[in-house]
Structure formats: structure tokens, C-alpha cells
Design a protein around this ligand. Sequence first.
Ligand code: ADP
Ligand code: MG
Length: 572
Amino acid sequence: MELNAQILEIFGVYAFAARSTLVLSLVAMAIYVLLNAGIFALPHMGLMAVGSYTATVLSLDAHLPFFVAVAGGTVAATLCGLILAAVLGRLNGIYLAIATIAFSEAVSAAVLNIPLTGAAQGRVGIPRSTTDLAIVGSVALALVLLFAIRRSRMGLSIVAIREDALMAGHQGINVVAYRIGLMALAGFLCGLAGALNVHLAGFVEPGFFNFGLLAHTLANVVMGGMVYVGGALLGTILMSTLSQVVTVVGEYQGIVNGVIIITVVAFAPFGLIGVVSDFLRRRKTSRGQVLDAEFNALNNATIKFDRLSRKNQVSESRETVIELADISMHFGGIIALQSVSLACSSGELLGVIGPNGSGKTTLLNVISGAYKPTGGSGVLRGQAIQSLFGSPHLMSRAGIARTFQTIRLVDDLSVRDNVTIGLHSTNGGNSVLPNGKQRQSRRIYEIERVLQEHGLAHIADRYAGELSYGLRRRVEIARAVASRPKLLLLDEPTAGMDPQEREDVFARIAALLSQGIGIIVVEHDVAMMSQYCDRLVVLDFGLVIASGDPDSVLQQELVINAYVGGQGAAKR
Ligand code: ADP
Ligand code: MG
């Protein structure tokens, strides 16, 4: 009898620990939500406190039923996350981490000074209404939600934002909206955890939401693998089991957490799940690198670039795609562009040349929305684009795509996934197809079409990081045109390539021109540019010093001087 009671008691202790572990795994999931998107924000303790106290007040003072109190706490913390994200805006990195920890501190201070929260003593007598079903149901709901997001279009966009927010914006992804949404989701999870927790413990006190708990939860997430949905849950369960079984761990929890965070971040930054998936991946990809020569031979044979015959073909049906007037761009005292005007038509290859530092990349950055120009205006297919300047996702949605001077792919994603990121703008709200299923199958069809068209179908499942430079460039171009843009901007697409790879790039450019895309290409090599481009614009110190037919442009004295004076690359 006595033994039985003892067993029951021990079981009771473990059962309580298990329940609060599961509740805290919701906070761990909220940490995952932000870290997985590359958002280094730690508002979790503050958000959990908001959820906890709101639920407490609703239960104790408003005498509302359990479910209403939990819902109220959850909604309050969600709203808090929304407001916080909106206020903090584009802040990132260490500043965001500091600001969000300060938010948690502010909540703590507020709690101590508001009578309703019971100040330093907290509140007791909260009905212990949190059932096992409520806990398991909440955790299951959270997992299903996070997995659904991960598997949807949003999952890939979130990875893109984490790996390279600037690149993500250029694929039409509204980075700011995602950040606000994810912060609200973190608020939701933390609020739910807080509300369940106070109804599990029966009391709430301000000391609970301390930095130690944050560090502890963070250690769990890091341990499990911070970019995996299951990482948060796995890490939380493992770590608390460890501290229950090995009681020494419980005593020195703080030290153990510190050691784990440091060790994992240093040696296995993607945690336990990362180690396992890395192992599986290495087994899968041990087939060796893609044979580029064989591959190029296969894809190069059919298309060749022929400027003159192409020019005669399309010159009649051209319409102006973009027109820029008097664009200037100043960076403090540096004048990178000075009233630059240019136009590009559909099916036209416009080359922008100029010495290093003459403003070529800056010009593309203005057109693609990366920079807001200091002055000037633009028209894209008859529409003024003033309001789109400075917003890459809007420029992308309007039909402008680009590649970057240094390749910006997500190395840890497959070729197919990288190309899929480029499809962000097309199959969203503007899809004409009525239902989700059809839209999904059309997306898959589009992705396979792009892969096929760019000779990437056989390597669709390879990681982008494994490919040669030439193939990586090809993937980047495929991603850029996946959304069927009207204007394509290429920043030094053949830099560092051998002649065969260059020819491949220009063969692909020819194919795109024949589809009616207008292309602005920036390059260094004047001889090559005059061979391929329909028209040239020459920049020098941010000024257009010549433009027109390649042959006539290159004979102009200013151009020769700029190049001979600049670096002598184009002495003809
Ligand atoms: P290019 O691509 O022709 O080599 P860039 O457009 O990169 O030249 O640069 C033109 C000028 O603008 C350079 O003097 C460069 O230092 C300056 N510049 C470009 N981007 C920035 C920036 N973000 N901040 C300050 N100066 C910049
Ligand atoms: Mg440049």
C-alpha cells in the first residue's frame, strides 16, 4: 500500500514534468519559427508572459471559462508579436536580438507595477484546468501547422529569406510581410504555452519568465536542430528526459545548457536532426560530381547565337519594355549614377558596359528595386514604376527578374527547389486557375518546363552547392526566368567563365530573346559585348557617355578614352 503510494507520487512528479515539458515545447517551436527564417529575435519570454497574465486575469478576474482564457491569452500574445514586428521593422541581427530581449524585460517590469498581475508575488488559485488532451492537442496542432507551412510554398520562401533575404525579395517574396507574420506566429505559440502553463501550475509569478528559461529553451532547439520542425520538440523532450534521468544534469542545468549550445553551434550547427540528415545526404550524393563537359555537349549543340539574323527577325514586333529617365543615385557624397536615361525593348539585348565602378551594378540595383534612386523616373510597359522603386518584390511581381554579380543560390537546396523559389511571384494570387489542386499541378508543370528548357532536368535533385560555376550560373538564370518576366537583368553573367561556358550563356540568352523578353546585360568584356548586343550603353563615372549601335559606339573617342583611361581593357 505504502509502496503503491510512493510509486504514484513519483509518477505524479514525472507526469507533471512531462506535461510542462510538452507545454514548453511550444515555446521551443516559437524559437524555431524565428530562427528558421533567419530572424534573430528572442521576444519569447515577454510573449509568454503576456499570454500567461492575460489568461490569468481572464480566469481569475473575469471568471471566464478555461478555453476562453486560453484563447484570450493566445490572441493577446499574437497581437503583441504583430505589433512588435511592425515596430521593429527591418531591424535584424544583433540589434533585433537586443531589442526583443529588451521587450521581454519591459514586460517583466510592467508586470511588477500593474496591480492586476499581483506584482512580485504573482497570482495564485488559478484553476488547474489544463488537461492532457489540451496539451497534446495543442502540441499536435502546432506541429501540424508548422509542418504544413514547411511543406507549402511558404516553407521554401522562408528558407530563401533565411539564406539570403535580398535574393528572396528579388524573387517576389515580401520579406517584411513574412517577418511580421512569423513574429505573430511566434506570439501565438508562446501565448498558447503561457496560457496552458498557468492553468497547469495553478499560479503565475514574474520570476518564471527569466533569461535562464530562455537559454534553456534555446539550448533545446539548438540541440534538436533549429531549422527542422521536429527539432524543437525532439530537443525539448531529450533534454528534459536527460535532466530527469541523470539528476546531476538537473543540478547543473545552466552549465549543461551552455556547454550544449557552444558545442552544437561549433560542431553541428543544425543539431541532431542535421547530423542525421547530413549523413543520409552524403550517402545519397556519393555518386560523384556532374560531368560538366558531357553535360554541356548535350545541351549546347542545338542553339547558337546569331545577332544579325535575330535582329531582322524581331525588329518589327518590338515594344518598349522599360524606359528610364534621368535616374540618379547618390550614396552620401558618392554619385554612382547621374541622370541616366535608357530604354529596352522586347526581344532586345541591351548591353551596359563601362569601367569598374562606373555604376553598372548600381543601375541594375535601381531597376530591380534593390535601391531607391535619388532622382528620376521609370516606365515599365506603359506603367509608371515610381512606387516600386526600392521594393524588389514589387518589381519582381511587375515582371522584372535579375541575376547577381556574385551568384546567389541556396547551396543546400536542390536545383529544383532553387528554381521553384523563382516561381514565387507567378502562381500566387494572380493565378487564373480556380482551385488549389489545379494550381499545384500547374506549378509542378511550370517547374519541370523551366528545368527542361534550361537543360537542368537531369540534375534537378542535385544540391546547388555541388555544381560547377557554369551550371550554377545557368540555375540562376533559370530561376530568374521561371516567373516569365518581361525584363531580365544580368549582372556579369559570364565573368570567370571559359569560352565554352560563355557561349552556353549567350545561347540561352538568344533563346530567351526569341521568346520576347527584353534583356539588359552588364559585362566588362567590350569585344564580346559588341559581338552579341543589339545596342550598347556606355557608363563612365555614373554618366552615359555613349549609346547606340555597338560598332559606332566603340569608335567614339569618349568611349575609347574611358576604357584606355580606366583600365585599357577595350583598346581596339
Ligand atoms: P560597377 O558595377 O560598374 O563596377 P557599381 O555600380 O558597383 O560599379 O559602383 C558604382 C559606384 O557606386 C562605386 O563608386 C561604388 O563604390 C559606389 N557604390 C555602389 N554601391 C554602393 C553602396 N551600397 N554604398 C555606397 N557606395 C556604393
Ligand atoms: Mg558591378
